[in-house]
Ligand binder design. Structure first.
Ligand SMILES: *Cc1c(COP(=O)(O)O)cnc(C)c1O
Length: 399
């Protein structure tokens, strides 16, 4: 199932898909079967699986999920992909399959809260050392590497503050330390904006729940990388840990992924319009959007992102009070967590609360966080509605 072209928009539509040879069906089949009738007496252990094996059992691999995996490979420029039941299952599957007790990793000090808490609570409990650093300065990454370091975990733009990490610069740091690999949570960027494997990363992780699925109706995750790395991941994290993606969700997400490039273009256009509106509003004190010249890393954003995505943050007035107003009075924008959907979403993220539950920063690291987020931010995922309606909705609650 080779894509007919590597041009992104065509690959998004066609890669991984081909008309069904039996029926001629143009759209992908949804194969819900959990088991497959085999003509050869195949081995039963996961270790008997190889690339040539047919389908055996859906936790190993499934035709519909495999079609989505092939599409994601084409978009990300990866050799191989493994889908998971959620973004968190993808992150946990990758971390636990790569690391053993005594190993050490360097992790961004600000990232998706679930991964942040996994890094602070779960990994140390099983003997894995974690250093949290502000990865926006590659020298911090360099300083944290130890002889037992196995992995650098990055996220750019980082949730929720939209702080960027220079992936090529961190890859140069890691290249001096054989055995240190790089994984990038690229959920905010999507392959339309940034392709971390081209910049020296070994693994890319996505929450498919967000932009790639794009419609807020299917939870899923994926890890992409080399054929060899993903085969090892499939054996350990897919077959043994078992957090695999449902074929039905794969089918929904594949339908969303087909329009990813054109949706990202529209997300970017709308986000830029909303960011400019907010920046000119007297009640708004700060707007962070990688596509605005006022973003402290706008130069890096221009180099590393082919699309500025639809995620922005802003600070305005009394945050908690405004949040309550938004929850009651917004008419178009949903006051809700999550992101990357066609519907616009906004949510208040209070700095002291997030420090307590998730990031636990102090000193220079807390200062760097606060330079982006102050006492708290409204994180907005700008959707695909008419931007004038979004601005009017915000105008009404901002007063
Ligand atoms: C949502 C998200 C995740 C977790 O994904 P789920 O599909 O919700 O499990 C991980 N990283 C980032 C950046 C996310 O936004």
């Amino acid at each position: 199932m080779k894509p007919p072209t590597t041009r992104l928009r065509t690959a998004a539509v066609h890669a991984g898909e081909s008309p069904d040879p039996a029926t001629g069906a143009s759209a992908p089949n949804l194969v819900m079967s959990s088991t497959f009738v085999t003509r050869d007496a195949a081995g039963f252990s996961a270790h008997d699986l190889d690339e040539e094996s047919g389908f055996l059992y859906t936790r190993w691999s499934n035709p519909t999920v495999a079609q989505l995996e092939a599409k994601l490979c084409a978009l990300e420029g990866a050799e191989a992909c493994l889908c998971f039941g959620s973004g968190m299952a993808a992150a946990t599957g990758l971390l636990l399959s790569l690391l053993a007790s005594g190993d050490h990793i360097v992790m961004s000090d600000t990232n998706y809260a679930g991964v942040a808490e996994l890094g602070r609570d779960t990994l140390p409990r099983i003997g894995i050392g974690v250093s949290f650093v502000d990865t926006s300065d590659p020298r911090n990454v360099e300083a944290a590497i130890r002889p037992e370091t196995r992995l650098i975990w990055l996220e750019t733009p980082a949730n929720p503050i939209c702080r960027l990490t220079d992936l090529a610069a961190v890859a140069r740091v890691a290249a001096a330390h054989p055995g240190v690999r790089i994984a990038v949570d690229s959920t905010f960027a999507t392959p339309v904006a940034t392709r971390p494997l081209e910049l020296g990363a070994h693994y890319v992780m996505h929450s498919l729940t967000k932009y790639i699925g794009g419609h807020g109706d299917a939870v899923g995750g994926a890890v992409l990388g080399s054929r060899e790395d993903i085969a090892a991941l499939r054996l350990e994290a897919g077959i043994h840990y078992g957090g695999v993606l449902s074929p039905f969700n794969a089918w929904l997400i594949m339908r969303g992924a087909a329009t990813l490039p054109i949706r990202m273009k529209a997300h970017e256009e709308n986000a830029l319009a909303v960011a400019r509106f907010l920046e000119s509003h007297p009640r708004v004190t700060r707007v962070m959007y990688p596509g605005l010249p006022s973003h402290p890393q706008h130069g890096l954003a221009r180099r590393q992102m082919d699309n500025f995505s639809g995620m922005l943050t802003f600070q305005a007035g009394d945050g908690p009070q405004l949040a309550e107003r938004m929850a009651r009075e917004l008419r178009v924008i949903h006051y809700a967590v999550s992101l990357g959907h066609h519907r616009s979403l906004v949510f208040w993220m209070d700095t002291p609360s997030l420090m307590e539950t998730s990031f636990r920063l102090d000193g220079a690291q807390l200062e760097s966080y606060r330079a982006y987020a102050g006492d708290g931010i409204f994180r907005m995922s700008v959707g695909l509605e008419d931007p004038d309606d979004l601005c009017e909705d915000l105008e009404r609650v901002l007063g």
